[in-house]
Design a protein around this ligand. Structure first.
Ligand code: ZN
Ligand code: ZN
Length: 203
């Protein structure tokens, strides 16, 4: 009979025995777990930050003076200062990571993005602040590959809302997409009129 091994570890600070999920792995530790649990680590780090406020400020100031180009780029991209550029960077990065051929630069896509404020299908106002990592919402802008091709360039993409992009999906042809988006507009409009004939969805 095999015994199921439950992996636990005792935190050196709070002395609790916890599942190993409760212990972080510090960078450069080659996979070795922290001796303190995550809760205790956070506490320890915060206390250290409070004790070393002045030192941290000095280090930051020195870094800023030494890296003007990085600071400028950060300011250009910062989500609060420039949500559109932040979206562009995130979007290009995630497409590159998924293996698409990138033939458009950040500056070029930013130009495209600046010329659009509403989803071309459903006319919803795009909310650039929703970003593209973790907090994607229906009004989040999303990069749509018009013909679902492998190359991303100025002619092969458009920016539409996340909801329409989800509906569009990969498997739908243009025809069904059009019908679905007409339906969506109708539903969002809250119209009491009858659904126009010929929508073809059989409902
Ligand atoms: Zn602990
Ligand atoms: Zn839309």
């Amino acid at each position: 009979m095999t015994k199921v091994e439950i992996k636990t570890k005792i935190c050196t600070k709070c002395k609790r025995e916890l599942l190993i999920d409760n212990f972080g792995i510090p960078p450069k530790s080659r996979g070795r777990l922290n001796s303190q649990c995550k809760d205790c680590r956070t506490e320890t780090t915060n206390a250290w930050k409070v004790r070393n406020l002045e030192r941290i400020r000095k280090t930051k100031r020195a870094w800023v003076l030494k890296n003007p180009e990085k600071v400028r780029e950060h300011m250009r991209t910062c989500q609060i200062v420039n949500p559109i550029r932040a979206w562009v960077r995130g979007s290009l990065g995630s497409h590159r990571a998924r293996g698409f051929k990138m033939k458009i630069s950040i500056d070029e896509l930013e130009k495209v993005a600046r010329n659009i404020s509403r989803c071309p299908y459903c006319n919803v106002e795009l909310d650039w602040l929703q970003g593209n990592k973790g907090h994607v919402k229906p009004k989040s802008p999303s990069l749509d590959r018009i013909h679902n091709g492998n190359v991303i360039d100025e002619n092969s993409i458009q920016i539409i809302c996340n909801r329409c992009n989800t509906i569009k999906g990969n498997e739908f042809g243009d025809d069904l997409r059009c019908r679905l988006i007409t339906m969506l507009k109708y539903i969002q409009g809250g119209s009491q009129k009858e659904i126009p004939a010929g929508h073809g969805l059989g409902i």
